[in-house]
Write a protein that binds this ligand. Structure first.
Ligand code: C2E
Ligand code: CA
Ligand code: CA
Length: 641
């Protein structure tokens, strides 16, 4: 719009300048031609008078002598003069140059012409300029100038009307003036253009920053999705109109790890990719927003919860696909909570419900979605209480470590202990580690808790100067920061506990990551002399390739196989047998977990498991020095504490 106004103004201004210049040039040329004509005609008249001394006689008679005729022939076409008429001093026409060539002289006329009379009276020339384009024998532009001729006393002796061809002169001056006019126009244009451009530039910049500010106030700059404020405004309007039917809260799983591992620019690209997935799975009337960080919200309009769930399922699947950003291949995942909207609920309640459902999806394994139900409120409360308990226990070292004996199947002697974490709830009941450890992992506290466990358990056993082994469980997350090797090394050095007495238990989920870094850390630990055990063998993928690749020191057969023996499960027996054989082949020791009865103990010993662990030999219990030394009293039957 602004540009259009500038252009119109520029065109009008240019036209006005051009008209003024054209008019000015016309006037200037007329003036110059007038002056030029007077000068040329006067000079020519003087010249004629000098060449024809008896001009007065000639004017009176109108009959040139031969000599005068020859002179006239000579001078009549000098310069731009192409014709002349000679008048007597009182203004009567006596001779026309055309007649000199034909020789048909008319003689002096009797009547007096007005212009020569006037010239004779005033002594001043009279000039008229004519357009000769349509006249025969006339140039395109010419002047007729009446010039008085004087004698030595200053008396007018004759008048000569000189015809001067001014076509070339006018063209020359017109061209010059036009060039000048054009330059002037350009100059004016420039003077006009500079402030206009500056004004335009400033307006454009102001306009752009206004638009930027408006964009930022409504949209998320990274993804181009609505921001929280804009979403809230639009969502409230739609809730009032009963248009909004389902709200979804989305959160990327372990996005911090992507950022930490690959850097923020790749993290940003990943977020932008997620935004694209959301756009792809929503319709244009749906509201999609980024609430900040890795949180997104969708408001579906007039869509059933079933259809919304269908779209969300597709979002979860698409986000799980591996994407290549720069040199990195990234596989992320997203968890989603959906909540159906009741018009009487305000936006805050709706979002809270969707968030509760998201929490549910996160706690039940991530990379999935959950639809809000009223029962979730209670679960959420319990979860918050647990989180707060874990945080408090971490800050105040309120965890405990219990030790469970590992027994040699050969002589029933304790060969070591497994350290197991314990946490009491507010009512002094134990919270199972299978419950609090995943939550601690979610809270990002497991590394700190794990470090404490390594330090505390090694320290206790080292202080007892026991020569028995100590097994410690590791969460896969403890491998993420790359600090694990350093922690273990420092604690061993500080406590003097021999590395070969330490066994670290890992699970297959760690190896699924298949990252170089995990492999290197395991190698480093083994190089130090620390042994590595594969825990819960048989419950995960139990891929043989891992066993070949890592060459573990021990396999721990999950207690579910041992428990299954009670039902005389042939299958379970076969599996245990095969694992024992595999262990023998790959030079790995085999521990059977969950041994609860004498029968199980005997059976597993007979099958070839070299180490046994379970309530039959002892429940996990707090640390006691003598505990490390005592040989196990094998109970007659059943479980013991
Ligand atoms: P796990 O590594 O398989 O530990 C053995 C679990 O089996 C222990 O449960 C132990 O009490 C239980 N158990 C031992 N013998 C018997 C038995 O005869 N019968 C039955 N029913 N259970 C038996 P707990 O202490 O509840 O630990 C559960 C899991 O929590 C552990 O399984 C381990 O995966 C994890 N965990 C425990 N402490 C730590 C820790 O310090 N760090 C990490 N990352 N995980 C830990
Ligand atoms: Ca274990
Ligand atoms: Ca286990």
């Amino acid at each position: 719009m602004l540009v259009f106004r500038f252009v119109v103004f520029g065109v009008v201004a240019a036209a006005a300048i051009w008209i003024s210049v054209a008019y000015g040039v016309g006037r200037a040329v007329d003036n110059v031609i007038f002056r030029e004509s007077v000068d040329k005609a006067s000079q020519w008249g003087q010249f004629m008078a000098s060449r024809i001394p008896d001009i007065e006689d000639l004017a009176e008679s109108g009959m040139p002598t031969e000599k005068q005729r020859a002179t006239i022939e000579d001078i009549r076409n000098i310069g731009d003069v192409f014709r002349f008429k000679l008048f007597t001093a009182d203004g009567r026409l006596s001779l026309i140059s055309d007649d000199v060539s034909t020789g048909r002289y008319m003689g002096t006329a009797d009547v007096m012409d007005l212009e020569p009379m006037q010239v004779a009276a005033t002594g001043a020339p009279i000039v008229d300029v004519f357009d000769g384009t349509n006249k025969p024998n006339r140039p395109d532009l010419y002047a007729e100038a009446y010039i008085p001729l004087f004698d030595g006393n200053g008396q007018v002796v004759a008048i000569v009307e000189v015809y001067v061809d001014q076509t070339a002169t006018a063209a020359y001056f017109r061209e010059s003036f036009q060039t000048f006019g054009l330059m002037l126009m350009l100059f004016c244009g420039l003077i006009f253009a500079v402030p206009c451009s500056a004004y335009y530039l400033q307006r454009t910049l102001t306009e752009r920053s206004r638009k930027d500010a408006e964009f930022l106030s409504r949209f998320d700059p990274l993804t181009g999705l609505l921001n929280r404020r804009e979403f809230s405004m639009q969502a409230k309007r739609h809730i009032e109109n009963n248009d909004l039917s389902v709200a979804c809260y989305l959160d990327l799983d372990h996005f911090k790890a992507i950022n930490d591992t690959h850097g923020h620019s790749i993290g940003d690209a990943f977020l932008a990719n997620v935004a694209d997935v959301l756009r792809e799975n929503c319709r244009k009337e749906d509201l999609i927003a980024r609430f900040g960080g890795d949180e997104f919200v969708i408001g579906f309009q007039n869509l059933s919860i079933e259809d919304a769930t269908h779209r969300v399922r597709s979002i979860v699947q698409m986000c799980k696909k591996q994407i290549d950003i720069e040199d990195a291949s990234i596989t992320g995942s997203v968890s989603v909570g959906l909540a159906e909207i009741n018009a009487e609920d305000g936006l805050d309640v709706i979002l809270k419900n969707a968030d509760t459902a998201l929490y549910h999806a996160k706690t039940s394994g991530r990379n999935n979605f959950a639809v809000y139900g009223t029962e979730m409120g209670e679960e959420l409360k319990q979860r918050y209480a647990l989180e707060s308990r874990i945080r408090h226990a971490t800050e105040n070292s309120e965890f405990e470590i219990y030790f469970q004996p590992l027994v040699s199947s050969k002589d029933q002697q304790i060969i070591g202990h497994e350290a197991l974490l314990r946490l009491l709830d507010d009512n002094d009941n134990f919270i199972p580690p299978s419950v609090f450890i995943p939550v601690a992992e979610d809270l990002g506290l497991i590394e700190e808790i794990g470090r404490w466990t390594i330090q505390t358990s090694i320290q206790k056993v080292a202080e007892a100067e026991s020569d028995k082994m100590l097994a410690i469980n590791l969460s896969p997350i403890q491998f993420k920061s790359g600090e694990l090797v350093n922690t273990v090394c420092t604690v061993l050095k500080d406590t003097g506990f021999p590395a070969h007495q330490l066994e670290l238990e890992i699970t297959e989920s760690l190896l699924l990551e298949d990252s170089m870094s995990v492999e290197m850390q395991i190698d480093c630990l083994r190089d130090m002399g620390v042994r590595i055990a594969m825990d819960d063998f048989g419950t995960g993928f139990s891929s043989l390739s891992y066993l070949w690749k890592y060459g573990f020191d021990r396999l721990k057969i999950d207690r579910s196989f041992v428990a299954a023996l009670d039902g005389n499960s042939e299958r379970s027996r076969e599996i245990i047998e095969s694992v024992v054989m595999l262990g023998a082949r790959l030079n790995m020791k085999i521990t059977a977990e969950g041994v609860e009865t004498a029968e199980q103990s005997k059976f597993l010993s007979d099958l070839g498991c070299d180490t046994l662990q379970g309530f039959f030999y002892g429940k996990p219990s707090p640390f006691r020095d003598e505990f490390l030394e005592t040989a196990v009293q094998i109970p007659k039957q059943g479980k013991t504490g």
